[in-house]
Write a protein that binds this ligand. Structure first.
Ligand SMILES: Nc1ncnc2c1ncn2[C@@H]1O[C@H](COP(=O)(O)OP(=O)(O)OP(=O)(O)O)[C@@H](O)[C@H]1O
Ligand SMILES: [Mg+2]
Length: 334
């Protein structure tokens, strides 16, 4: 652990084994990952469905045990000091945990009581949080009547009722509309600026970009890159990206041969009937590319020029788009 870090993870591995009647089949969900989280950081675990994000988070929250590796949180060893760790962290699960037959405020009080607060303090903390997160207009009706965004805000509130030093948020905004999402983002930023270290998982690239000081990109149980979003984009994808779509694979292959040999091409990557061309000066190079392909009778359906995004980083590292890899995974598990 460096001086500043509050979480240290070394060679963490998790293998789920199933011992049903059918042939036993194990799943390696986390394949030996290393990272540390600094005090007062917002740290993101970004990856597609099944990447191992929730598994990693549940291990750090002492909810499941690791198969191997070393983890310490606030200098407490994960396996030896579970109670000390639990007292200092808050966890908001992917599915949320509100008792739907109770009101939002009752949920907060219940949570506070579970953390050992007196009835008076629980009331006081619940009222403070309702004020702070602006929940008053729906705090006194049953949680089963809440919209997705209202539920998520109360989930967040139950995770911080005991003022944890570290807050774990598993997909805080999945399924929310843009307005509710930005409300949750603002609250997360506010909590962080008040001194809470936050670890969140997401498969929204714009969420990682907007919120996280550093992001670990996780794919198939492994961390494939870790840095701040701007640096990831700079290091992994130097320059601009020209994306060309062709009418079929043959045209794409011919264009690939022609463009591969050009001095301006730093790197070229075929995906479906598209080519992603990485160049230094996109605005100058795009017209040159168009005229070169035109001379060779290659018809371009669409051409676009973009600055790199985290999605491009993911594509570059894994050869797949983030959304596509989710679809592939969903097909695999059906
Ligand atoms: N209890 C379990 N038993 C067996 N396999 C499991 C169990 N929980 C998770 N897995 C498997 O471990 C892998 C990682 O799952 P995990 O829930 O950590 O992924 P995730 O990155 O959180 O995905 P998502 O974005 O869909 O929430 C997946 O292949 C999943 O099917
Ligand atoms: Mg998950």
């Amino acid at each position: 652990m460096n001086n500043n870090s509050v979480i240290s993870v070394e060679h963490l591995k998790k293998v789920y084994s199933s011992n049903g009647k059918r042939k036993s089949k194990s799943v390696e969900a986390v394949s030996g990952i290393d990272f540390s989280v600094n005090e007062n950081e917002i740290f993101g675990l970004l990856g597609p469905n099944g990447a191992g994000k929730t598994t990693t988070m549940r291990i750090l929250c002492t909810l499941i045990s690791p198969s191997s590796g070393n983890v310490s949180i606030l200098n407490y060893n994960l396996l030896e000091y579970q109670n000390e760790i639990r007292n200092n962290i808050g966890y908001v699960s992917q599915k949320g945990g509100l008792e739907l037959r109770s009101t939002g405020k009752e949920n907060l009080i219940l949570q506070a009581r579970l953390y050992g607060m007196s009835i008076r303090d629980s009331e006081k903390h619940a009222d403070e949080l309702i004020d702070m997160l602006d929940l008053k207009s729906f705090a006194y009706r049953k949680a089963k009547t809440y919209s997705g965004g209202q539920k998520r805000l109360f989930d967040l509130a139950t995770g911080i009722i005991h003022k944890p030093k570290i807050l774990f948020l598993d997909e805080p905004t999945t399924g929310l509309d843009p307005q509710s999402r930005s409300h949750v983002w603002n609250e997360v930023k506010k909590l962080n600026s008040n001194g809470t270290t936050i670890i969140l998982t997401t498969h929204y690239l714009e969420e990682a970009d907007a919120l996280c000081h550093r992001v670990a990109i996780i794919n198939l149980g492994k961390i494939v890159a870790l840095d701040n979003p701007a640096q990831l984009k700079r290091d992994i994808i130097a320059g601009d990206i020209i994306t060309l779509t062709f009418e079929n694979k043959n045209a794409q292959q011919s264009a690939l041969e022609i463009l591969s040999g050009q001095l301006f091409t730093k790197e070229i990557q075929p995906v479906d009937t598209m080519l992603h061309l990485y160049v230094d000066e996109g605005d100058r190079t795009l017209p040159v590319v168009m005229s070169l392909l035109h001379k060779n009778n290659l018809y371009i359906q669409t051409a676009s020029l973009s600055r790199p995004t985290l999605d491009d980083v993911f594509l570059k590292l894994t050869g797949r788009k983030l959304i596509e890899s989710e679809t592939i995974h969903k097909k695999d598990v059906q």
